[in-house]
Design a binder for this molecule. Structure first.
Ligand SMILES: Cc1cc2nc3c(=O)[nH]c(=O)nc-3n(C[C@H](O)[C@H](O)[C@H](O)COP(=O)(O)O)c2cc1C
Length: 263
């Protein structure tokens, strides 16, 4: 299989593939057709922008043809106002209905996150979805224990012992984003994935809340790490409680004004 094929019958020599390639792996040849540089194969990050952007569908890369890609659907574009409303109405949800979220919906949401950006397109995020109540409870208990031991807000641990769960909020699901610690930028990649997941979940009528206390405990508490049993050298970089919100929010709370410098 050729690394890349340019169909010269379709290529209109517009140079778009050259301008959009992250590592400039093409240049214009003497005849105007794009030429692949010799180091392209080793430097390509598999982003497939060349296949996606070519208006005439002239490029096939590593066996991926234009017809192998899902088409962009113009009618699905959402309005600026709808995006603004979606972002402004997302709230951290801390009270959930007991209604479970189906695996089908969770699967769909997590699969959408395959298209979130990642450093060098490394797509390093793996997911652990915890739905079993007894495991969520164990995680809450171990996090509380760790908070007491490390004196991080011990009052939250005390409340937990008295049946008030400020750690995982009795959420029916805990979704964890983990990645190899030696990756290019696992913190950013997992943070983006969880952030987009929370926003997408809101659009699906679900609600999420970052599980910050758990995240701090997850990579430090041996028993908790054993329970999660992540692949070797993986760490937790993001975690979201997820479920159907028990209450509706009727107003958008004010936020600080954006602090912007223009140069
Ligand atoms: C990294 C991170 C960790 C967080 N951890 C927690 C947490 O452990 N518990 C919690 O109730 N909220 C947590 N939150 C939610 C914030 O408190 C919340 O985003 C903030 O108060 C603003 O509210 P809003 O998300 O509804 O706009 C966390 C948020 C982030 C971004």
């Amino acid at each position: 299989m050729d690394f890349i094929k340019i169909d010269t019958k379709l290529c209109n020599k517009d140079g778009i593939c050259i301008e959009t390639c992250p590592f400039l792996l093409f240049k214009k040849g003497d005849d105007g057709f794009p030429v692949i540089l010799e180091y392209a194969e080793t430097h390509c990050i598999d982003c497939r922008h060349c296949v996606s952007v070519c208006p005439t569908g002239a490029i096939t890369i590593k066996g991926i043809r234009p017809e192998d890609c899902e088409p962009v659907c113009k009618t699905q574009a959402i309005s600026e106002d709808a995006v603004e409303h979606l972002i402004k109405t997302r709230r951290s949800i801390r009270a959930y209905k007991s209604k479970p979220v189906s695996q089908e919906i969770l699967n769909r949401l997590i699969n959408i996150m395959r298209w979130t950006p990642s450093a060098r397109n490394s797509q390093p995020v793996s997911w652990l979805v915890i739905q079993k109540k007894d495991i969520i409870n164990k995680i809450g208990t171990m996090t509380a224990q760790w908070m007491r031991e490390t004196e991080l807000l011990p009052q939250i641990a005390d409340a937990y012992d008295q049946g008030v769960d400020m750690i995982l909020r009795n959420a029916p699901n805990l979704v964890i984003a983990h990645a190899h610690a030696e990756g290019f930028n696992p913190t950013a990649d997992c943070t983006i994935a969880i952030t987009d997941l929370e926003l997408a979940a809101h659009a699906f009528g679900l609600g999420g809340c970052w599980a910050g206390f758990f995240m701090r405990a997850a990579n430090s508490h041996k028993q908790l790490a054993d329970l999660l049993d992540l692949p070797q050298d993986h760490k937790v970089y993001g975690a979201l409680m997820l479920g159907y919100p028990k209450f509706k929010y009727h107003r958008i709370p004010p936020r600080k004004p954006a602090e912007i410098r223009w140069l």
